[in-house]
Design a protein around this ligand. Structure first.
Ligand code: F6P
Length: 308
């Protein structure tokens, strides 16, 4: 997100615009917490995770009054257009402001990669690499001790990170909300991996699956005698969001941030800037919020084939 803020700021200044940062997302919009940003204010940000402006989940913005207050603040401050960097929740808010007639452009950013209108969103690649580092490390212990490990990755409603981490990390199985797994079947999959001569069994689990790591550990504990092995869980949680952004994310954030400013300069708004067929592309916010980005389930089959 920092790289995107830097891009918006510097591209805006380059276009002769005055750029303001809003602190704490929609909460800052409601509170009128704006700060003028100059080129030097966004220096050294590219390599920092997160957002130096702060972010917040804001219940008040979901109300009609909250949105009205935000619009009032924007107009009172003489703001002409807004760039909203974020995932589904943020772009739903962006669309609501746009529908009320305010010029808004979205920039696709969420580690979950579940936002319609962008093949990849800012943060996904870095989060995935952090998950992979953990998986690679856990495999060392798993192999040495012949243990089964469950690694839970983020993804409240979406199994993208889990599925990709499972394929790239060489996991024996993957559990995602889009393809729920019965714990009994999962245990059979792991047992069969040992029987095929594997020295470890590693499962990547999405946090949003009904049988998440906690539920699976419980099941495996209850059935330890019968299964003949135990499973340890590592829940990565927010660790995945704090990594130094990789080259892919820095470049994507820069391209999308600059494209957002260019769109505003052309008078184009009410759209999300994302990666569409490998290029920077715009999708109407109305379309973004009314569609669900589906995971490619053929990748689930790929994970199975690779786990042999
Ligand atoms: O939506 C991105 C995400 O990282 C989800 O994967 C995760 O469930 C959620 O945010 C965590 O949000 P919070 O930090 O507000 O609990």
């Amino acid at each position: 997100m920092n790289a995107a803020i830097r891009a918006v700021t510097r591209a805006g200044i380059d276009q002769g615009l005055e750029v303001y940062g809003v602190r704490s997302g929609f909460a800052g919009l409601i509170a009128g917490n704006f700060r003028r940003l100059q080129a030097r204010d966004v220096g050294g940000l590219m390599q920092q995770a997160g957002t130096f402006l702060g972010s917040a989940r804001c219940a008040e913005f979901r109300t009609e009054e909250g949105k009205d207050t935000a619009l009032h603040r924007l107009r009172r401050e003489g703001i002409d257009a807004l760039v909203v960097i974020g995932g589904n929740g943020s772009q739903t808010g962006a669309q609501a402001l746009s529908a009320r007639g305010f010029p808004v452009v979205g920039v696709a950013s969420t580690i979950d990669n579940d936002l319609y209108g962008s093949e990849m969103t800012i943060g996904v690649d870095t989060a995935l690499n952090i998950a992979l580092e953990a998986i690679d490390r856990l495999k060392a212990t798993a192999s040495s001790h012949g243990r089964a490990f469950l690694v839970e990755v983020m993804g409240r409603d979406c199994g993208y990170l889990a599925l990709m981490a499972a394929i790239a990390g060489g996991a024996e199985a993957v559990v995602i909300p889009e393809r729920e797994t019965d714990p009994g079947l999962l245990a059979e999959q792991l047992r069969s991996a040992y029987q095929r001569g594997k020295s470890h069994a590693l499962v990547v689990v999405a946090e949003g699956a009904t049988y998440n790591a906690e539920a699976l550990v419980h099941h495996f504990k209850e059935n330890r005698e019968r299964l003949g092995f135990e499973a340890r869980a590592t829940i990565l949680g927010h660790v995945q969001r704090g990594g130094t952004p990789g080259a892919f994310d820095r470049l994507l954030a820069t391209r999308l941030g600059v494209a957002a400013v260019q769109a505003i300069a052309r008078g184009e708004h009410g759209v999300l800037l994302g990666l569409v067929r490998g290029e920077v592309g715009a999708t109407p916010l109305d379309e973004v919020v009314s569609h669900r980005k589906e995971i490619d389930l053929s990748l689930f089959e790929l994970a199975r084939v690779m786990a042999q």
